[in-house]
Ligand binder design. Structure first.
Ligand SMILES: O=C(O)COP(=O)(O)O
Ligand SMILES: [Mg+2]
Length: 228
């Protein structure tokens, strides 16, 4: 086995499918096998940090990338990779009337999440947001954040801190917000991932969401990933 770090998305990757929050039992068992085999597992999610830390605790994961890379929790310390005040952007997004704020926004810092209220919500938010910000859908929410960071930038930052080259990192994801990390690592897209995630990944597995994550872990543990 060549991979040393496994970065895993949450919603749509550890869940039963891309339209539920229910965790997949197969994915949880695969996660444990990966950790027991000595891989350092990192949760990388669009969710807020407090929420992600709570989930990570019950998944047995210590290191967390939250807010699509804007916040990284490593060895008990929180690192901010984004900066600036999002209130003006938040006001412009809400003024479109195309979305409602996620309940998590009151405890989010730089990546704000919104629930779409209209079929064209993504386009309307994109046209309302000033340059320098990126608007992406995770399939669970619309996210707006400073354009300088994504999950891939955060993974690269983490690898630097851990002293692990990115080619020894595997990642598994399902949506457009995972494209950056899938590109920078030995990326796996689950079988029901978005076209952009599949295009960015090195491997697209057959099975969907949690079963697809298990498939990726089996490939990693059999030495079929992170090879030079
Ligand atoms: O919070 C979301 O919108 C989805 O989160 P994810 O990055 O774990 O898929
Ligand atoms: Mg996801």
């Amino acid at each position: 086995m060549m991979c040393r770090v496994l970065v895993v998305d949450l919603d749509g990757t550890l869940t039963l499918s891309r339209n539920t929050y229910e965790l997949s039992a197969e994915a949880l068992l695969a996660l444990r096998r990966a950790r027991d085999a000595g891989l350092r597992v990192v949760l990388a999610t669009a969710n807020g940090l407090d929420f992600a830390l709570a989930i990570a605790r019950y998944l047995g994961i210590r290191d967390v990338i939250a807010e699509n890379g804007c916040l990284v929790y490593l060895d008990g310390e929180t690192h901010e990779l984004c900066s600036g005040d999002m209130s003006r952007v938040d006001g412009a997004v809400l003024a479109t009337g195309a979305v409602a704020p996620s309940p998590q926004n009151k405890c989010r810092r730089f990546d704000l999440a919104y629930v779409p209220l209209a079929a064209d919500a993504l386009e309307r938010v994109r046209s309302a947001v000033p340059p320098g910000y990126v608007v992406e859908s995770s399939g669970y929410a619309i996210h707006v954040r400073p354009a300088v960071v994504d999950k891939g930038v955060a993974v690269a930052w983490l690898c630097e801190r851990l002293g692990v080259p990115c080619f020894q990192v595997a990642s598994v994801g399902d949506s457009d917000v995972d494209v950056g990390m899938l590109r920078r690592t030995w990326g796996f897209a689950v079988g029901n991932a978005t076209p952009a995630a599949k295009e960015a990944a090195r491997v697209v597995v057959e099975r969907p969401s949690g079963l697809g994550f298990r498939e990726a872990v089996d490939i990693i543990l059999s030495g079929g990933a992170c090879t030079p």
